[in-house]
Write a protein that binds this ligand. Sequence first.
Ligand code: ADP
Length: 242
Amino acid sequence: MAQILCRNVVLGYEGKAVVQNLNFEVNRGDYLCIVGENGSGKSTLIKALLRLKKPMSGEICMGDGLEADGIGYLPQQTVVQKDFPASVREIVLSGCLGRFGWRPFYGKAEKEMAAENMEKLGITHLAKRCYRELSGGQQQRVLLARALCATRYMLLLDEPVSGLDPAAVQEMYDLLGKLNHEDKITIIMVSHDIHAAAACSDHILHISEEPLFFGTKEDYVKTDIGKSYLSMTGGERRGKDA
Ligand code: ADP
């Protein structure tokens, strides 16, 4: 059984469809990149996967142990978030809220999980530092550790490398590749960088008003839409095998 199965899904606002005929599935251990032009509905699809938005029609089923609140979500960074006046440890710990339920203090299990994920992402030494004083790459690692506290199965990332310098971009892709390969965490990443997406993922969903493609990366790069999108959006090849 797939972790996510999207059947004939239509998403939109106020009765007006943004994306139609969405049919795709995500299985445990997959690395799916969702690509498409600005305004094509990528963020809308993310909201639907997080159950923050109901499809106008069709259904999104979750299985294989996954529930919508068991997805670790890394939102697009906003200016306000970048300036958040909390310690790294507090931010990572707050990822446990969904899983353990709200309580006025954190218990042993949450603290252990936060410590484990900070260690995994190499930010233990930053635990007491204030989030807003960190570099962009360090901040993303903190948010990734936070997202990991919310899940054992799946990370959903919205443009996780935007605004990062090239070294931090590579570091982020390496970390995600490692979590996918070693910890078998399923990754769904929204990206506008098709070159990086083609380099690091194993499946691609290219959306527009109508879905243009869903399948393996190998098949995508052979299609007309894949070829034209790859040549149109030139730029540095990045990702794990760049
Ligand atoms: P992307 O993430 O691919 O840039 P979005 O999912 O943000 O695209 O937006 C898809 C379309 O839905 C756009 O035309 C956008 O204007 C519209 N849209 C997004 N959010 C809302 C909203 N809250 N109300 C009405 N229309 C929206």
